[in-house]
Design a protein around this ligand. Sequence first.
Ligand SMILES: O=CN(O)C[C@@H](CC1CCCC1)C(=O)N1NCCC[C@H]1C(=O)Nc1ccccn1
Ligand code: NI
Length: 186
Amino acid sequence: MLTMKDIIREGHPTLRKVAKEVDTPLSEEDKALGQEMMEFLKNSQDPEMAEKYELRSGVGLAAPQINEQKRIIAVLIPAIDENGEEFILFEDVMYNPRIISHSVQKAALADGEGCLSIDRPIEGLVPRHERITVEWTDAEGNKKQQRFRDYEAIVIQHEIDHLNGKLFFDRIDPLQPYAARDFKLL
Ligand SMILES: O=CN(O)C[C@@H](CC1CCCC1)C(=O)N1NCCC[C@H]1C(=O)Nc1ccccn1
Ligand code: NI
């Protein structure tokens, strides 16, 4: 199982490389890799497993973060309903994800972003598209297309950035890190 020691950190060259598309039909190896990445997210969001294996809770993981230069991301977004019940808003392993359209309107997490590959807090708002339409292949080989908005859209953009060698702080305005000019704060 993947643990924090498998996650490469700031300074490792792979984090700045552009990952390669995976072949379809998906190889057994690529399917297994995607499963391992999703298992990490599930373990990281399970308090007992997270404590036992000292995992930082994550809602997304991109293959370059485990030193695999492949266009594969795992996304596991939990939410809480009005009765305080936890449920999963979105869960999928996305092969060759591609943003095919997006809103002009931008959005940013009000508390900024972090990254499991960055072991230091970095202040500032990270402006991203508020809404995106994403196309990808799932683990069963099906072509998927879905619109995402707000938090889900932010997470998926953070992961796709990893596939292009971009890190969240690349998007923080160095001169005015908290300028929330024309974007929606989430
Ligand atoms: O590339 C992928 N990464 O670097 C893991 C990141 C991805 C998110 C950061 C901002 C948007 C996507 C991640 O998940 N985090 N960043 C560092 C520590 C916190 C953690 C997090 O937000 N955890 C979380 C949030 C809600 C519920 C459960 N857990
Ligand atoms: Ni990250």
